[in-house]
Design a binder for this molecule. Structure first.
Ligand SMILES: [Zn+2]
Length: 67
């Protein structure tokens, strides 16, 4: 991260986790095109397909935005 204020970054991370836990939707990024891809956490998911560039990859390759 460029020029990140640690306190503000931590707050963003905590708010992110709050959203993900309450909505049960993970917010990830596509490993190919970098688009935001939402993933339903209530389902047992092994692979994810990006709706924008159609790349299909292991769920672990779709990093959540705070990884
Ligand atoms: Zn993509």
């Amino acid at each position: 991260m460029i020029n990140t204020d640690p306190k503000l970054y931590k707050e963003q991370e905590q708010l992110f986790k709050k959203v993900v836990e309450q909505a049960k939707v993970n917010i990830t990024t596509c490993p190919d095109c970098g688009s935001i891809v939402l993933v339903d956490r209530t389902k047992d998911i092994n692979t994810v397909t990006c709706p924008y560039c159609h790349v299909e990859d292991d769920y672990s390759m779709f990093a959540d935005i705070f990884c």
